[in-house]
Design a protein around this ligand. Sequence first.
Ligand code: FAD
Length: 340
Amino acid sequence: MTARRVTIAGGGLAGLSLGIALRRQDVPVQILEATSYPRHRVCGEFVSGIRPEELSALGIDAAFSTAAQHRTTAWFDAERPLLQHALPEAAHGISRHQLDLALAGQFQDLGGELICGQRCTHDAEGTVWASGRVKQDGDWIGLKAHFEHLEIAADLEVHLSDGGYVGLTRIENRRINVCGLFQRSTPLSSDSPDASALTTAVRQVGLPNLAKRLEAATCDRDSLKGVTHFSLGWQMAKDQRLRIGDAAVMIPPFTGNGMTMAFQGALAAVPSLVAWSRSQREWSQTRDDVMDTQQRLFASRLRWARALQTVLLRPWGRRIVPFLLRSGCVRFDTLYRKLR
Ligand SMILES: Cc1cc2nc3c(=O)[nH]c(=O)nc-3n(C[C@H](O)[C@H](O)[C@H](O)COP(=O)(O)OP(=O)(O)OC[C@H]3O[C@@H](n4cnc5c(N)ncnc54)[C@H](O)[C@@H]3O)c2cc1C
């Protein structure tokens, strides 16, 4: 019997990693990607909580070979040092410009069909929606750019404030990713940000010294990207689509775990999709299995992440959390695990 073809709407991390894993099991796969490669994306580009076994089960470990390895973090309340802590395990720093391109090439090398510049509009059986955030009225604006000649206090430097937070981390070639999540009251348009958009937003959320550091460094103008109209949490659309990655759920970015969830959602979908492709399972059952597995995998970390983000965006929260950590009432490693 001929294997049924899986169509993936969206060639971001979720779609490409799923496509690669399915091709390694000889499943025919077509990915429709609305844009092209390479491209810059709004992302902190700090990948944490993914296990090496998960990367090799997907077959994508080689794409991380040039990633920077991160161990240390430094947290700031606005610009006042709050806490320095080592990560319990290494995280990776790699640009989406490089990572998505490498995965797209690998997918094609494995015989996958990648069609760029085409938006998926159909909802036939066998379609997986890996199309990223669901556009909706949301509370947040995301902005990111790459910088050179910028020193950072640790492998990951995070500045928290009432209006959002900004992370700085090293990616390949010693460049620094600067990425912020800002409350939508921040008066700026991020759909087509101009060169000063990021520093303006950083200043507006009460981080003038960080803004000065960014102005003194060299910004790669092409890497500056913005995103609006999204909400964090489950992307509960009233449709019967099989969704993975941000199309299913968006965790608060301070966790550095969204990309990992995209990979883990893809990995969770592989057995059911292989069975469907071999006509061993109905589509409705395939969809329900994949969505249920993601609920099981992600529900708890999402609850912790949302609660912790709410606390960290308040002045009292930025006093209590470091106090609990310093006094030993709460362990950094325990919180880290709850978010993964
Ligand atoms: C401000 C901010 C900072 C972040 N920082 C981090 C971080 O440091 N670490 C981390 O792990 N995560 C971070 N994330 C989250 C991370 O970026 C996402 O979780 C990750 O990109 C999800 O991958 P994805 O493949 O689901 O979606 P995407 O990477 O968004 O890919 C979706 C793809 O689908 C395409 N597409 C959309 N609609 C269609 C269609 N109809 N047909 C065809 N193609 C379509 C799009 O062009 C896109 O290429 C951050 C997010 C934000 C907003």
